[in-house]
Design a protein around this ligand. Structure first.
Ligand SMILES: [Zn+2]
Length: 140
């Protein structure tokens, strides 16, 4: 089994973005509603009709949940009352980019075509066929 990481997923979105009639962005804006507005602008900049093209993105909040974060910079308030300095070794072997959970993808357009393209690129994606349901890119 391969290990998915942030770079791999970013590349997936970049590859999708190059397909005809696609606009795809990774780590795109803070949330779904901002992302949707921004990606329709982006699609139009690319000369696409956002109502008929395939747009998809994953936003930062979802990315934060799906990728292990690089160890946070040391906090200044080091006086932890509970004294649980949990993982002092965390900075070793920076886990930062590892995919740790399935990733939601917000999309618009032709869901079947989008899932097929993702699958053709060798990824597993779950979708229940409902227009209003996000795609779930599986961490497998
Ligand atoms: Zn937002």
């Amino acid at each position: 089994m391969r290990i998915l990481d942030r770079g791999t997923i970013k590349l997936l979105f970049e590859t999708l973005d190059k397909l005809p009639n696609f606009a795809a962005k990774f780590n795109w804006t803070c949330c779904s509603s901002c992302g949707f507005h921004a990606i329709t602008d982006y699609a139009e900049e690319k000369g696409l009709n956002w109502e008929t093209c395939n747009t998809l993105f994953c936003h930062m909040q979802d990315c934060q949940g799906s990728f292990a974060r690089a160890s946070k910079p040391a906090r200044e308030d080091d006086e932890d009352p509970e004294g649980d300095d949990e993982d002092p070794e965390e900075s070793e072997g920076d886990p930062g980019d590892k995919m740790i959970a399935d990733l939601y993808i917000t999309w618009n357009g032709n869901g079947k075509e989008i899932t097929k393209c993702i699958e053709n690129l060798g990824f597993t994606v779950e979708w229940n066929g409902d227009k209003g349901t996000r795609l779930l890119l599986k961490n497998v």
